[in-house]
Ligand binder design. Structure first.
Ligand code: HEC
Ligand code: HEC
Ligand code: HEC
Ligand code: HEC
Ligand code: HEC
Ligand code: HEC
Ligand code: HEC
Length: 249
């Protein structure tokens, strides 16, 4: 009897141990498996992808990355495979998930060219892309005509992509702050920043870039010593207000 119990415990320990050794299955681990698998893969070219992904190929031909020429590239990757890696394993398997890089889950491949971006997402205040909670493609349109869908040539309003997740900033407010018409990025550094709330600067210089000191009524000079322009009791409603025309609350 005791022998049986011991055996049972041993089995349980072994089963548990297996899980333990494997760790909690994580997205990163599964992506590492893909990377490992792709070591034997080769590049096949966009025409092959087109046989199954007609829509992506059609869109991609007009996209930002299709228009650029990549200098000093020695990988042999072109078109789709600059972002999805060598595709032969995927194609040999008849397509399917988990046999090719999907930058939605793993942005590493973007960093091979955009080397400065990894560093930006490591700054103390950042969008949680490296944590796997969101991806480059939540804001950028990798296949579409404009990888930055808010640029001048696009039909989208400048802040539309941000409102997908921060809809409370959309308003309408009775007193709008015209700064927002220039875009959220006139105050925020959205990949990452050393400043809280991903602000471009942490003090009143954020506001002085547009508001010349001369136009301030008396008393502002001493107020600045108390903190930022958006400190308690001052212009707290920086995104717009329904209550106060000086955006105080
Ligand atoms: C034989 C058909 C076929 C070919 C050829 C093919 N794919 Fe796929 N691909 C698929 C199928 C099927 C899926 C799974 C779709 C799904 O489950 O939603 C897929 C999924 C994908 C995914 C998502 C994978 C994931 O894990 O999320 C990517 C990225 C992709 N393909 C890129 C490519 C690229 C790039 C090429 C060319 C190098 C290519 N495919 C060639 C059939 C194909
Ligand atoms: C600039 C990088 C880039 C290029 C170039 C690129 N893709 Fe993608 N692709 C992405 C990203 C990022 C995603 C994840 C999008 C998302 O959030 O669903 C993706 C997703 C996909 C998917 C999965 C879609 C789904 O619904 O799951 C397929 C299929 C795909 N790409 C095919 C292609 C094909 C075919 C080409 C070439 C014509 C191509 N891609 C070129 C970056 C790229
Ligand atoms: C093979 C290299 C390469 C890869 C991989 C790559 N890019 Fe690019 N990307 C470029 C180049 C080159 C440009 C144009 C020059 C520039 O502005 O940096 C560009 C432009 C861009 C731009 C627009 C820049 C502008 O000023 O208009 C964005 C946004 C972008 N890429 C995002 C991504 C994302 C997201 C990924 C991954 C899904 C990715 N890129 C993967 C090389 C690459
Ligand atoms: C929260 C939204 C968001 C996410 C997520 C995001 N970006 Fe951006 N990205 C932007 C905005 C907004 C700009 C324009 C910045 C500006 O105009 O000041 C931009 C600009 C860029 C540019 C061109 C300008 C430059 O700074 O060089 C590149 C390249 C780029 N992003 C790459 C990436 C990559 C790679 C990822 C994922 C690792 C990513 N972005 C994730 C919003 C985002
Ligand atoms: C896909 C959803 C998504 C999109 C799109 C998005 N964000 Fe975010 N944003 C988040 C998440 C998630 C956080 C992190 C919240 C947290 O850590 O509590 C965040 C945080 C922020 C913060 C800091 C908030 C704080 O309390 O510290 C700012 C500022 C911000 N985003 C601005 C923007 C701007 C500007 C854009 C458009 C360029 C944008 N976001 C697009 C999801 C998104
Ligand atoms: C005039 C400068 C300015 C502009 C433009 C701006 N913000 Fe902000 N934002 C701020 C400041 C300042 C804070 C910090 C407020 C605080 O700490 O009380 C902030 C905080 C935030 C926060 C975190 C706190 C909160 O209120 O939820 C989010 C999210 C945010 N902004 C999103 C956006 C989005 C989305 C846009 C574009 C629609 C935008 N911001 C445009 C200045 C600005
Ligand atoms: C991108 C430019 C820009 C930035 C940055 C900016 N503003 Fe503004 N702001 C404007 C414009 C334009 C108006 C409307 C015209 C005016 O009254 O000067 C305005 C109006 C205002 C008003 C209403 C004016 C009144 O009647 O009292 C207040 C308050 C204000 N801003 C505060 C701030 C604060 C606080 C910051 C920093 C967090 C800031 N602004 C940053 C452009 C900007």
């Amino acid at each position: 009897m005791i022998g049986q119990t011991k055996a049972l415990i041993l089995v349980l320990v072994m089963v548990f141990g297996l899980f333990w050794a494997g760790g909690i299955p994580s997205l990163r681990a599964s992506e590492l498996k893909v990377q490992q698998m792709l070591k034997k893969s080769t590049y096949v070219g966009m025409d092959v992808c087109a046989t199954c992904h007609e829509k992506e190929v059609r869109e991609y031909k007009f996209s930002t990355h299709a228009r650029i020429k990549i200098k000093d590239d020695t990988t042999g990757a072109e078109d789709c495979e600059i972002c999805h890696g060598p595709g032969s394993t995927h194609v040999d398997n008849g397509g399917g998930k988990g046999t090719i890089i999907n930058p939605k889950r793993d942005p590493e491949i973007c960093f091979t060219c955009h080397t400065d971006k990894r560093m930006q997402f490591r700054l103390p205040y950042h969008h949680p892309v490296l944590e796997g909670k969101m991806s480059c493609s939540d804001c950028h349109d990798p296949h579409g005509i404009d990888v930055m869908p808010w640029t001048a040539t696009s039909e989208n309003a400048v802040n539309e992509v941000c409102f997908k997740c921060h809809n409370d900033k959309r308003g309408p407010y009775i007193w709008e702050h015209d700064a927002l018409k220039d875009g959220c990025t006139s105050c925020h550094q959205v990949h990452g920043s050393v400043n809280d709330k991903m602000l471009i600067t942490s003090d009143y210089n954020l506001c002085l870039r547009c508001h010349a000191t001369a136009t301030y009524p008396l008393g502002h000079g001493t107020r600045w010593a108390e903190g930022t322009c958006w400190a308690a009791g001052c212009h707290q409603a920086v995104h717009g207000s329904n209550f106060n025309n000086h955006l105080r609350y």
